[in-house]
Write a protein that binds this ligand. Structure first.
Ligand code: SAM
Ligand code: SF4
Length: 342
């Protein structure tokens, strides 16, 4: 469907949990976030129902995310339930990779189309520091396991932080030289803990890589569901991508909405507001009523975020769930990325 600004919205990021087996310093406080009670999290049947109703308003691509989606028991089964829905073309996953090696066979046989793996550095000590205790070799084993499936698209995501050594970006980018995978650099967004770390722009990263690998060729066309710009360095098998969410606003091309693990449909990452679909699901609403609420939420998607501080937002006094698709008031998001579903 098209929203009020004429953008086609066909992609829904679905957070299946706000829990995580890592504590990345820019995403979560050291002690973790107060966990949502089990009963407040949408069940697999509820998530699948919302995806099915979503197809009726044009949602055809689903990304499973979190928190860490693979810590939710039975995740491959949820993937299968969604993938079997008529109208769903693609189900993908974003993960830190720690549990990927043990789950990849089942994920692929249940229909996984692509996986994004988040690894910010290839230096084990630095990885442990950033993730507060994570073991790099486990994430890399997950990545290599995913690469053994030739039909599975694999991307590695890095969120550069100010102060990280430049050499680290070069080593990460180099993974795409001999492997059939893309390596992407995502600007740190001022969301949750991310506000405490400055972003490094895609342009800065490109210059660092160009000095080492030479001038890259721009890749035409769209790859995946997002706003990444891709280039290919000479002799590389895979592409290098840049998601410049802060330095280059791409809201005019935004194609997505987000469903939190508690069933709040969020039309824009930055704003705290959303539509409480769990309330509808659990109060016995029929498909038509839920479809109408989803339609209204998507239709009213805000024109743009203001990460760069270009437009003035509302006061930032917290996340508010708006019931049943009421007028969306644009309050800044105060939750962490792990709670929203990054
Ligand atoms: N745990 C999974 C993972 O790490 O891929 C899925 C959830 S995580 C919130 C999704 C992505 O959001 C990760 O690539 C993470 O690096 C990124 N992320 C977290 N906080 C961010 C921020 N403030 N700005 C940009 N990306 C962020
Ligand atoms: Fe967990 Fe992903 Fe957030 Fe890291 S970025 S703390 S792995 S949810």
């Amino acid at each position: 469907m098209k929203d009020q600004y004429g953008r086609s919205i066909g992609y829904m990021r679905v957070s299946v949990t706000d829990r995580c087996n890592l504590r990345c310093i820019y995403c979560m406080p050291a002690e973790g976030v107060p966990c949502v009670q089990h009963g407040d999290i949408l069940t697999f049947d509820e998530i699948t129902r919302l995806c099915r109703i979503g197809t009726e308003i044009g949602i055809s691509r689903i990304k499973l995310t979190g928190g860490e989606p693979l810590v939710r028991r039975g995740l491959p089964e949820l993937l299968r339930m969604i993938k079997e829905l008529p109208g769903i073309e693609q189900v993908t996953l974003t993960t830190n990779g720690i549990l990927l090696k043990e789950k990849i066979n089942e994920l692929v046989s249940n229909g996984l189309d692509a996986v994004n793996i988040s690894i910010d550095t290839l230096e084990a000590g630095e990885y442990r520091r950033i993730t507060r205790g994570g073991r790099l070799e486990e994430a890399l084993a997950g990545m290599e396991a995913a690469l053994r499936f030739p039909d599975l698209r694999v991307k590695l995501n890095c969120v550069p932080m100010q102060g990280m050594p430049e050499e680290g970006y070069v080593r990460l980018a180099e993974l795409a030289r001999d492997r059939d995978m893309d390596v992407r650099f995502i600007e740190m967004m001022p969301i949750g803990m991310g506000r405490e770390y400055g972003y490094v722009s895609g342009e800065q990263i490109y210059r660092i890589l160009e000095d080492v690998f030479g001038r890259a060729e721009e890749c035409a066309g769209s790859f995946g569901n997002g706003p990444a710009v891709y280039v290919r360095f000479p002799g590389f098998r895979g592409k290098t991508g840049f998601i410049d969410a802060v330095s280059h606003q791409f809201c005019d091309r935004c194609n997505r909405v987000r469903l939190t693990s508690e069933g709040c449909l969020k039309p824009c990452l930055q704003y705290g507001d959303g539509t409480d679909l769990r309330l509808l699901l659990r109060s016995g609403a029929d498909d038509g009523k839920i479809r109408e609420a989803m339609y209204r939420a998507v239709y009213k998607k805000p024109a743009c975020h203001h990460f760069g501080g270009k437009t003035s937002g509302a006061s930032g006094d917290g996340a508010a769930a708006v019931s049943e698709g009421e007028e969306i008031q644009q309050k800044d998001e105060t939750r962490d990325m792990s709670q929203i579903g990054g």
